[in-house]
Ligand binder design. Sequence first.
Ligand code: HMG
Ligand code: MG
Length: 323
Amino acid sequence: MSKEHGTPVDRVSLVEVGPRDGLQNEPRLLSLAQRLLLINRLAESGLQRIEVGAFVSPKRVPQMADSAELFEALPRKGATRYGALVPNLQGLQAAIQARVDEIGLFTACSDGFTRANIGISVEESLVSFAPLVAEARRLGIKVRGYLSTVIACPYDGPTRPKRVAALAERLLDLGCHEISLGDTIGVGTPGTVAPMLDAVLHEVPAGRLAVHFHDTYGQGLANLLPALERGIRTIDCSVAGLGGCPYAPGASGNVASEEVVYLLHGLGMSTGVNLDKLAATGQWVSEQLGRPNGSRVGQALHARAREQQPGLDEIAQGECHDP
Ligand code: HMG
Ligand code: MG
């Protein structure tokens, strides 16, 4: 907990996944220069953890091709940590070469999704991860473990909370510093998310967990509340609500970063993010992609900026001005 103006401030760490989870599902490919500008603008808005790309097969996810060139071009100044997804040894070697700060290994609670996504079963994926984690840690690279389909799988149906808990514990035991719990198809509500979190928290402390909610059914923000109530302070989010997974049919983007920042500041929590800068970036990237801005907060701030009304951060924080 940090202190601002003498008041203890509850700090939440945001993991911006827009440049990876967001762009991997967009039909229009951004150029390397556009991706670089996006990442730089996100860092300038105050985001300190940014998932930049993925060292996966470019035949399977063409949007993430050139991730190595992107890392090469990053400015690497300041405290920002740049991460990337890694599916196998080939990906790890590329990530090491690219001097990635953090890798994300990814598996799921269901075989149906895991096979569609990376071509192997959940069990096979965990076995394959062990040497990757060991090698990354030997080199001082942090390893995040993604666990998808924590509520339901598009192929296998609902997931039992106890299965999520057991797999999260295995990822932790493998040596992941953090487990990101993914509602990949965004079907959860607080009614299903809360019991899932309770089961996981029996095995993994809140400080080692992150939540990764896709917003397909508009429940992403609501689902953050049970996570926050249970002490989870790491949240994945995507600027302008970009995203989805090409191997999770029907899934839309992550909960929008702008919405998350607005909510957290409204709750009196700190993120270190400048909401106006972030929203301007969300509007910009939406225009580059030729799609509507997927963040309601982003849309509202864009409209205010056009009308030259004052910034919204102070309203989010409930600051009143005496007449
Ligand atoms: P594969 O095709 O199943 O089998 O790939 P393979 O291992 O035989 O490889 C075939 C070809 O891919 C070969 O090339 C390999 O060299 C190449 P070819 O001989 O045909 O020219 N290859 C690679 N190329 C670059 N980097 C690599 C690599 N590995 C093999 N690392 C693989 C297996 C896992 C690579 C493939 O299935 C793949 O790339 N899948 C894409 C997975 C993906 O990126 N999914 C989206 C991200 S996950 C997600 O969004 C969920 C998350 O957000 C959390 C949530 O929302 O729940 C994280
Ligand atoms: Mg995702």
